[in-house]
Design a binder for this molecule. Structure first.
Ligand SMILES: [Zn+2]
Length: 310
């Protein structure tokens, strides 16, 4: 869809600004909070001291948030105009500062199934059958999971995968999961008289990247696409090509409501990083104490701790 049509009126434009949320502040736009964050290097050996602002390069380095400084070397930050990728990095991006010897996805989102499959094929993974369900994760993530399961077993607790899509997902899997949210959502909002049949059909027919934008724009107007149409689709699904499950560093579990299980997982480098995605855990490969130094901030919601890009 051409940008002109996308911003066809002022309210849509403001919706887009709303969608960006605090993203612009932390993703490349100067601000006092970031300057102070970028200068707390002495306690963090991976962060270079803030250079003098003598040229443009120095200014860019200084203005990067702590989270951005901890992204993999050469990681392409989304363009300022790409608010979808910016929002995904903000809400699902904790995985990109995972430590240990994990391999990172080359960008926030894979545009094509082939690129995604090619990347996945090059990553070292380990497969295990857990409770009859095949689970595939990056090798380090699987080792940590098995150690966590062992610790849980000593306390008579279990950590089990939630269905066959609990760990690794292909691009096609993420497409299917996205459709399972978007199609019922469009039908629901049409039924409620919030969308015309024509508009719903038009959005159904859009190619993926345009459809993602349209769905997030509708959500900014209160038309949500989560399972019960009450919150953002991003709280329980990723757009095609963008999932932490594609990175093979995420696992959905059945026992997520048990605080002891969450504490065990955290001790082994597994944390909750997508706010309100209750079964979802992400391998960050480090200790909880180290997470703030990676530019992640702690949010406590309904007694759960989530770590997301600050
Ligand atoms: Zn998940």
């Amino acid at each position: 869809m051409p940008p002109k049509k996308l911003f066809r009126n002022k309210s849509l434009l403001s919706v887009c600004l709303f969608l960006l949320g605090g993203g612009w502040l932390s993703l490349g736009f100067p601000g006092p909070a970031k300057e102070s964050a970028a200068t707390v290097s002495p306690s963090n050996p991976t962060i270079a001291p803030a250079p003098e602002a003598t040229d443009n390069t120095a200014i860019t380095t200084r203005d990067r948030s702590l989270f951005e400084q901890n992204l993999p070397s050469g990681f392409p930050l989304p363009e300022a105009s790409d608010w979808v990728a910016q929002r995904l990095l903000k809400e699902h991006g904790a995985v990109f500062v995972a430590q240990d010897s994990v391999v990172h996805m080359p960008s926030v989102i894979f545009a094509h199934a082939e690129d995604c499959a090619h990347w996945q094929a090059q990553v070292s993974t380990r497969r295990e059958k857990i409770g009859n369900i095949p689970v595939e994760l990056q090798t380090e993530a699987m080792k940590a999971l098995l150690a966590a399961r062992q610790e849980a077993a000593q306390k008579n607790l279990r950590i089990t995968p939630r269905g066959t899509w609990a760990a690794r997902r292909s691009y096609r899997d993420t497409e299917k999961i996205w459709s399972r949210r978007v199609l019922p959502g469009l039908a629901h909002w049409q039924q409620r008289g919030k969308l015309s049949a024509q508009e719903a059909a038009r959005i159904r027919g859009l190619e993926t990247s345009s459809q993602i934008k349209e769905i997030l724009l509708l959500e900014a107007q209160g038309l949500y696409f989560s399972k019960h149409f009450s919150k953002s689709v991003l709280s329980s699904a990723s757009p095609p090509g963008a999932s932490q499950h594609i990175a093979m560093l995420a696992l959905d579990i059945n026992e997520h409501s048990q605080p002891t299980v969450r504490a065990i997982l955290a001790r082994h480098g597994w944390f909750q990083t997508v706010i309100s995605d209750l079964p979802h855990f992400t391998y960050l490969g480090t200790t909880q104490e180290r997470l703030p130094a990676l530019g992640l901030k702690k949010t406590v919601k309904h007694d759960r701790v989530y770590w997301t890009p600050a």
